[in-house]
Design a protein around this ligand. Structure first.
Ligand SMILES: Cc1ncc(C[n+]2csc(CCOP(=O)(O)OP(=O)(O)O)c2C)c(N)n1
Length: 356
């Protein structure tokens, strides 16, 4: 009996904009100059709003917070490609996605201030609540994609996850299901190299994360996750394929978490500072700024005015978030179960009576 090769696979990597701000003109996405400027503005807004959240946390005005410092391009580039009818399933580190979709910044801050009402999905947005349980929301996305197929709606379900999420059973189940039923699903993975203190190499033996898609019979691609143009292009292509019946895609955005895992973590305890430094030159914001400079779109005075305007918007968002009166303890019960158990009823009564 001969030995034969039954299949061969390869994984493509896409980079368009390099760290010096040079682009491959053949690969440049079909975007206008105002759209390039808008992309930069969203990257900057994400960076500034994130920085403010960290400061608020240090001042005791916001709870534990997962920073997206360094991951802005993966978030903004992908969300910028979405159509209004697409459904987004965020995990917990997607500030840039929320801002790109023009979700309420005050509500985002409120959520991290401990007020669950900040999670309420605005009726005009197809946005699921923030998902803390790693990887579980991929199944929700697969379910919505299945529903869309039945109803023949042109929407795509777009879950966001981290590198650690790809080690979960839920991830494989969702992708397997998406493969079997050729579902309109585009999973965006921010491979930021660390799942808290476990390194990317410490949790998977695969050469890329993208190749995990191949076992499920769907397309997998790796993109430079600090290159907002590459992320945008890969997402646009994946969405188009999903909408035209071509099935699901898994996009691995190779990026880096420049910050601690959350404000409750100290990455210096497990991460080499040289590694962090090596990523500074790959900063997604700096790279896009250099691109705008080369294109003659960068005007220092305009940029300063833009930054001031964004900071003012952030100030107003913080003010609005803090102006809302805190939820009552009772509200903790209201949206948890359709029907409370007798023990929960008793606990609720204790709260009402001021005994809890
Ligand atoms: C089901 C589940 N197990 C464990 C945790 C605890 N936890 C919170 S974040 C995290 C690591 C996530 O890493 P990754 O998916 O790479 O996302 P990142 O934090 O790097 O953005 C873990 C294990 C959790 N939230 N949910």
């Amino acid at each position: 009996m001969p030995r034969e090769t039954l299949a061969n696979f390869s994984i493509e990597r896409l980079e368009i904009l390099d760290p010096r701000g040079e682009v491959d003109a053949n690969l440049l996405p079909d975007l206008t100059d105002p759209q390039f400027l808008r992309l930069y503005e969203l990257l900057l807004l994400t960076r500034l709003a994130d920085e403010r959240a960290l400061n608020l946390q240090r001042e005791g005005r916001l709870g534990t917070f997962p920073s997206s410092l360094g991951q802005e391009a993966a978030q903004v580039g992908s969300a910028f490609a979405l159509a209004p009818q697409d459904w987004v399933f965020p995990s917990f580190r997607e500030l840039g996605v929320f801002l790109c979709l023009e979700s309420s910044l005050p509500n985002y801050y409120r959520y991290w201030m401990g007020d669950e009402r900040g999670q309420l999905c605005p009726p005009e947005l197809n946005l699921f609540p923030i998902n803390i349980a790693v990887g579980t929301h991929l199944l929700h996305a697969a379910g919505v994609a299945m529903g869309a197929r039945y109803r023949q709606e042109p929407l795509v379900a777009v879950p966001y996850l981290g590198d650690g999420g790809t080690s979960k059973g839920d991830f494989y189940e969702a992708l397997n299901f998406a493969g079997v039923y050729r579902l309109p699903l585009v999973a965006i993975c921010q491979n930021n190299q660390w799942a808290i203190s476990v390194s990317r190499r410490g949790q998977t033996a695969t050469e890329t994360l993208a190749q995990k898609a191949l076992a499920c019979g769907i397309k997998g691609i790796q993109v430079d996750g600090n290159d907002v143009l590459a992320v945008y292009q890969a997402t646009i292509e994946a969405l188009k394929r999903a909408r035209s019946g071509g099935g699901a895609t898994f996009i691995e955005c190779e990026t880096y978490r420049m910050s601690d895992h959350t404000t409750a973590d100290d990455a210096r305890r497990y991460r080499d500072s040289a590694e962090l430094e090596s990523w500074r030159e790959k900063d997604p914001l700096l790279r896009m700024r250099r691109f705008l400079e080369h294109r003659g779109l960068w005007i220092e005075a305009d940029q300063q005015a833009q930054e001031q305007a964004l900071l003012q918007r952030i100030d107003q968002a913080v003010e609005a978030a803090e102006a809302v009166s805190p939820p009552t303890v009772e509200e903790m019960f209201r949206y948890t179960c359709h029907q409370l158990s007798s023990r929960q009823e008793e606990q609720l009564k204790e709260c009402r009576d001021g005994r809890a």
